[in-house]
Design a protein around this ligand. Sequence first.
Ligand code: HEM
Length: 492
Amino acid sequence: MILTITAALVVFIYLALRLRGNRRQRGLPHPPGPQPRPVIGNLLDVPTVEPWVTYTQWEKKYGDIMSMQVLGTFIVILQSPSAARDLLDKHSAIYSDRPVLPFFQMMDLDWAIPLARFTERWRRGRRILERGLRPSMTALYHPTQKAKVHLFLKHLLERPERFREHIEHLQGAILMAITYGYDVKEGEDRLLEKARALVALAAATVMPGALLVNDMPFLRYLPEWLPGMGFKVLARNGRALSKDVIHEPFAFVKGTIESGMAALSMAREILAEHPEPESQDHIAMALGSLYSDTTVSTLLSFFLALLKYPAVQEKAQAELDAVTGGHRLPDYEDRPRLPYINALCMELLRWRMVAPLVDDVYRGYFIPKGAIVLANPWAALHDPAVYPAPDTFNPERFLTPDGHVKDDPLLTTVFGFGKRICPGRHVVDETLFIVVAYVLATFDVRHARDADGNPVPADPAYMGMQTSKPEPFECSITPRSKAAEVLIAAND
Ligand code: HEM
């Protein structure tokens, strides 16, 4: 009891001091925001469900740069692309840093490119990923993507009600094949499960307030037997997991190279260019950073959009049928003749953004050093002045009146800003296209029906602080025709 009271007192005093430390300096005000409470700051104001929507509403009240304090951490939200671009794009060498999180340090996680600070290691890793994921390279993986998506169609045909699992499997299968030439096993795959577990652990612990040790780094030096020290066990397990994620698939690919059996992959190509021993760790870490389940969320939104907007589905299917005649699956070469499908992919990126909030560290003097800066591209991509009826899924907003795809520079903000812009964006573009085209060519997606034949509502909330995913929802997925079933059943 005395121990708990003492611990609570220490926490209280520490947080009060941190909050004081964040006070404005040199007479410059902080950006406006909700009034912080003593000690906990704005902890109770932070929205937990779809925070980007609340932040967007707050823009009217506080303007395009606002701030909050959560426990000891200062958070700045950049609502407009011009504010975000100004800080994160033009000055990205200074601002596109990442916060140093004590919990991630305990896990030795600074090798992971998305979480790494702006260091030489990040630069080398980033160069590796950019080279390996440039469009001339990603085009080489078209056959891999098609084979994996074809398998996905078969899974949908067999167990349509498990579409969420199939999408998760598909995303893992594409990434592991492109990165390592590794074929994930049906059902549970050990390497994939580990990558997933690590990403889930990082996502669950990254946001301010998620783990006390991130706000009070001294806690990591206290003994494990004290109450509230569970994070130490979590960090120890996370450290072991993180080592496996780097080394196990890398060992696999090296083994296949030695035996002359390596399939085309980023790892094989990069290792051929850089066989020198001193590069091996850099390559292993950069590649280990590539597992991300962000595309899963966009693909779930695709099924949701189809069941909610049947007219969009019909129009897209008509365009595909006109090009393929319904006798074959679509292909990447058909893309220039499929403007509506391309616009649909763009609308998918905008409609329910996967990463509505992008974080960076801002080191300006009127914002305390070490503050977290969140850009809110959601606000711009849901601005009714630019995207009328922004909540409606409408691919036509990306088409000119004569049916050509419009260029939309704002849309790239879904992939972030400046030097940290998503290096996987070309792969994403190609995955989205082929999934959208294959699924629409072969299946109808509609509302599921209950026992009385009434449509089951599908309005899932999007959960997650930094990357968002829809909560489970039901839908009915049936082959469009006998001919479609034959296409699905065919071998590549
Ligand atoms: C719909 C799918 C995706 C979206 C919307 C997306 C979006 C983003 C965003 C917003 C960032 C942060 C950029 C910033 O801080 O300014 C990012 C970073 C990153 N993404 Fe993606 N991403 C997607 C899929 C992927 C895929 C499939 C890969 C791997 C092939 C990938 C690899 C990465 C990496 C390695 C980073 C860290 C870059 C760095 O910190 O330098 N992403 N992504």
